[in-house]
Design a protein. Structure first.
Length: 122
């Protein structure tokens, strides 16, 4: 009887954590897809908290039976995570490209003699 109660409690906790993860990933993915300006830090904090919660649940003895019962939902979470990873990767790539452009502009500005010592009176 106790094992059944423990499994039910773990399943409920796991469902709750997965629900939070789905929610945060969907929210972040929506903002990324819309190219909306947003603070990335709170998403990182929320995802880290959920990860810690999932890791604690994994340590429970009965997590395997709870996880097996939720395999379809976990596949959906995996798709959300994969999509989130792709969107974040595209954003990082775009930021790297902008950084490269700005660096090249700064280097070309300094290379044209604008700030040379001779023109500064040195």
């Amino acid at each position: 009887m106790q094992l059944a109660n423990d499994t039910a409690a773990t399943t409920s906790s796991l469902e709750s954590a997965i629900g939070k993860l789905e929610s945060v990933l969907q929210e972040e993915n929506t903002k990324l897809e819309a190219n909306a300006a947003y603070e990335h830090g709170p998403f990182i904090i929320r995802k880290n908290q959920i990860l810690r919660e999932l890791m604690m649940l994994q340590r429970a003895e009965d997590h395997k039976s709870a996880t097996a019962a939720m395999s379809d939902r976990l596949r959906g979470v995996r798709q959300l995570v994969t999509h989130n990873h792709a969107l974040l990767g595209a954003q990082v790539s775009a930021m790297n490209q902008v950084t490269e452009i700005l660096t090249n502009v700064a280097l070309s500005e300094s290379a044209d003699g604008t700030y040379s010592r001779n023109q500064m009176g040195d």
